[in-house]
Design a protein around this ligand. Structure first.
Ligand code: CTP
Length: 273
């Protein structure tokens, strides 16, 4: 189906996996992220004919064929790789579990044990997601929120604080979320939400990509895809309805100067024409 997917002609940048922050030449700080969700999203976007760049921390997954890979190790590497290729991206999805802190200085020699306790000073890593959302010509920016409690409330907080277009919230814990093959998700955007029951990450990824592709603020970018989306039946009936409503709203914004959109959204719509 080359060229007929809902993301044909779109560039999608995705971060995935953990980062590693070196303590000394043999030790690092990292987390339990397997990269499975980010890799599944890359495959799903590729299946919808997007050009996909996957910026991946160290994981043990094979590179999805057809996806352009950028392998990185640290949060700083991931930050640089992201900004290197984000320029003309249409969609950015931050699925990586980026370290929030790294050791203040990386020791050049292995640290030897001495006292009964020891401490390592940590400093903040750059927030990649926030830095992309803050770009003057930001792509449609999607974040993840992995929470152990108050999932919806914390996720909505991140949507607002980081000025994201959409956030995908997961409950994580000993039994779910990280390093598993299935996942559930609650997705929030400025004026809507959708809940996805627990399913295989590959299936969840397909549904999330379908949602991102027809997301309201992105709608002008997919006008050309509406016809193929309907023909290939890749979006559900209720989405088609939403799509048509939003198209009508875009035309009102543009032709009549009527606006129910924020400045930021309007700028993005204008960029699309
Ligand atoms: N993220 C990022 N760069 C960072 C930290 C996080 O891009 N340095 C992205 C992640 O890829 C994810 C989202 O931000 O999409 C997670 O938001 P964050 O506020 O970092 O979540 P937590 O790490 O869970 O934060 P907190 O501990 O404050 O809940």
């Amino acid at each position: 189906s080359k060229g007929e997917g809902v993301l044909a002609g779109r560039k999608v940048v995705i971060t995935a996996g953990p980062t590693r922050e070196a303590i000394d030449p043999v030790r690092y700080i990292s987390n339990r992220s397997s990269g499975k969700m980010g890799y599944a999203l890359a495959r799903a976007a590729l299946a919808q004919d997007a050009e996909v760049i996957l910026i991946s921390g160290p994981v043990s997954l094979p590179a999805p064929p057809g996806v352009e890979m950028r392998h990185v190790t640290t949060a700083q590497d991931m930050h640089e790789a992201t900004h290197d290729c984000i320029g003309n991206a249409d969609i950015f999805i931050a699925a990586a579990a980026v370290a929030d802190y790294r050791p203040a200085d990386e020791k050049t020699q292995k640290i030897k044990k001495s006292g009964e306790t020891m401490s390592i000073e940590l400093v903040r890593c750059p927030d990649i997601l926030q830095s992309v959302a803050a770009l003057p010509r930001a792509p449609f920016t999607v974040g993840f929120a992995a929470e152990t409690e108050n999932v919806d409330e914390y996720a909505r907080g991140k949507l607002e604080n980081k000025k994201l277009d959409m956030i995908i919230a997961n409950r994580v814990g000993a039994d779910c979320g990280f390093d598993t093959d299935d996942n559930a998700a609650n997705v929030f955007w400025s004026d809507g939400e959708q809940r996805f029951a627990k399913t295989q990450k590959s299936e969840l990824a397909n549904r999330l990509i379908a949602l991102v592709a027809i997301a309201p603020e992105h709608i002008c970018g997919v006008i050309v895809s509406v016809e193929t989306a309907v023909r290939t039946n890749t979006v559900g009936d209720n989405h088609i309805e939403l799509l048509l409503l939003e198209l009508a709203a875009c035309i009102l914004v543009d032709v009549l100067g009527f606006s129910r959109k924020t400045d930021r959204e309007r700028r993005r719509l204008q960029r699309r024409y």
